[in-house]
Design a protein around this ligand. Structure first.
Ligand SMILES: [Zn+2]
Length: 564
């Protein structure tokens, strides 16, 4: 009897601790947010925001907004409040899954020896998964990284299948066990150069249990919020899951989701999933993502003039002399595809890097608007590495927004002249010229292509600093204000949400990102040293509690799937 009492006592105490720990911190419905500064596009001299029921009521000086001191205050001394950052182009499921594999990236490795060391260490650890998968092998960023031989990989992992994906996900290296499991002939060493072979190898990896993918995705959502984002645009629901759209809807629609989610389907998904009203809740499907060309760092950019004739291009990337990217195929059927999606009301986001790819996109958009005029449908061009001045002018005329992947400069700026020569490197990711041309300019990180880091993106957009400390075409730099506008108001406009969030203005949703200091007064080359204190969505702090507190049911199912 005494033992039972003792046991019940322990249960009661543990339950109380769990209930206490699991409660989410809530702000009052109506409060005054007060910091050293409040920044929003065009806003002058503010230090406070009045919030009511998830909406911004007014912004200005604290003393004027709350004259009698009756409203509860949330004070952030020394900090700066900005509109919640919006990442308009990212891939959360792929980021979540690749975040869980062995990192061999050029972001964290300086040499081939360091990469091989990481692989060897990972192979020596207790195997929790049937395959050893690594991601981030980077033939452009790491100077001495010649491809691995089959003998090297078999020595590291003789029996367990091992697959190494490159940073651009275009090629892979596999040991003998992996190639056997994928049904590939062991005739060409370790490298899998054809996309078919890479796909055969990745499809042979036993799929992770759906609850594990959901757990990793929810953790990835929290990682975006910690990095400072309150909204993401998903350009193609890609990732290994039976129903990626359904999973993103489930996680994104959740009332406790720390982010708003705006989704673009892939071509294959576009037929069977309908669009839904973008103004309703935290999740909406906006349209379709299409790829016109590939990555500049694999020879995939459809450029007007060939790649340079250099060691990097010839030996490392294995490209032929006079290579100018892929043959894009038939322009008529591509334009027909755009017209069809446009007529169905889909906003289209097009992956374009080279000038030829940009032309295809603009021609398609022009044809679509001519046949089915729809001034409310603003399409998007993504990345735009080598878009020309004339193409940017045409994009503005067609009211097409331009998203730039300036982190190519952050990580690969020093290698661009070897790929494209000094002139083209000088107009690479021309955000400054696009701003001058009057385009809606946005910035993105395209994770997992680069690590999450909006403040580094901000720094590069403003400084154009490459990894070697050299500045690439300073005339293409944005002012801090313009870069922050690109990451807030413009990105919201690009997602069709202008006026709803993206600014700190009356009537907009109360989405905020709180920086540790004032970006306007920070020396540009130190912008990435600022911290993100927290994010607020619909007036409440983003829910970043550990999943075992906020989602105990999911975590039990994960545990069961691992055990049984
Ligand atoms: Zn992408």
């Amino acid at each position: 009897m005494r033992l039972l009492k003792y046991f019940l006592g322990v249960v009661v105490v543990l339950s109380a601790i769990w209930v206490w720990a699991a409660r989410s911190d809530r702000y009052p419905d109506r409060y005054l947010l007060v910091a050293d500064h409040v920044w929003s596009p065009g806003l002058i001299d503010a230090d406070a925001v009045l919030v009511d029921n998830g909406e911004i009521v007014s912004v200005g000086r604290a003393a004027e907004l709350d004259t009698d001191g009756a409203v509860p205050r949330l004070e952030f001394p020394g900090k700066t409040v900005l509109p919640g950052l919006v990442e308009p182009h990212t891939h959360p499921i792929a980021s979540a899954l690749l975040g869980a594999v062995v990192d061999v990236s050029g972001f964290n490795h300086q040499s081939r020896a360091e990469v091989m060391q990481s692989l060897t260490e990972a192979a020596g650890e207790t195997a929790l998964t049937p395959w050893l998968v690594a991601f981030g092998w980077d033939p452009v960023k790491i100077a001495d990284i010649e491809p691995p031989t089959l003998a090297e990989l078999d020595a590291i992992s003789p029996d367990r299948p091992m697959l190494i994906l490159t940073q651009m996900l275009h090629e892979a290296y596999a040991n003998s066990a992996a190639q056997k499991a994928a049904g590939l002939p062991l005739s060409h060493g370790a490298v899998l150069r054809e996309l078919d072979e890479v796909n055969a190898a990745t499809s042979a990896i036993p799929p992770p249990a759906p609850e594990v993918v959901e757990m990793l995705l929810r953790q990835q959502y929290q990682a975006y919020a910690r990095a400072g984002f309150t909204t993401i645009g998903i350009t193609g629901a890609v990732g290994r899951h039976a129903d990626p759209v359904g999973l993103l809807r489930k996680v994104g629609q959740d009332s406790s989701a720390p982010l708003r989610t705006y989704l673009y389907l892939t071509d294959e998904q576009a037929g069977d999933v309908g669009l839904h009203d973008p103004a309703q809740d935290r999740f909406a499907i906006l349209g379709t993502k299409l790829w016109v060309d590939g990555s500049p760092f694999t020879g995939g950019a459809a450029i007007a003039m060939p790649y340079e004739d250099t060691h990097l291009v010839r030996e490392r990337l294995g490209l032929a002399h006079d290579h100018s990217g892929p043959d894009l195929g038939d322009p008529e059927s591509f334009a027909d595809k755009i017209v069809e999606l446009h007529a169905a009301g889909h906003q289209i986001a097009l992956h374009v890097q080279g000038e030829r790819a940009v032309d295809w996109g603009l021609n398609g958009f022009a044809r679509a608007q001519e046949l089915y005029p729809n001034p409310d449908l603003h399409h998007r061009l993504e990345h735009n590495a080598l878009i020309t001045q004339a193409q940017m002018t045409r994009a503005v005329d067609l009211s097409v927004s331009l998203g730039f992947f300036v982190d190519h400069i952050t990580y690969y700026g020093h290698r661009l002249p070897e790929l494209f020569g000094p002139d083209r490197a000088g107009r690479y990711m021309p955000a400054g010229a696009a701003q001058q041309a009057g385009a809606v300019v946005t910035l993105h990180g395209d994770h997992p292509a680069t690590p999450l880091g909006p403040l580094l993106t901000l720094k590069t957009a403003v400084t154009r600093l490459g990894p070697d400390g050299a500045v690439l075409s300073p005339e293409q730099a944005l002012s801090v204000e313009d870069a922050l506008t690109a990451m807030t108001r413009n990105a919201a406009i690009q997602l069709g949400q202008g006026g709803r969030f993206g600014e700190i203005a009356p009537g907009q949703r109360a989405d905020f990102t709180i920086f540790s200091g004032n970006p306007i007064e920070t020396p540009p080359d130190q912008l990435d040293q600022l911290g993100v204190d927290r994010t607020i969505i619909d007036g409440q702090p983003a829910d970043l509690r550990p999943l075992w507190l906020s989602r105990p049911g999911l975590m039990l199912r994960v545990a069961a799937s691992v055990v049984f």
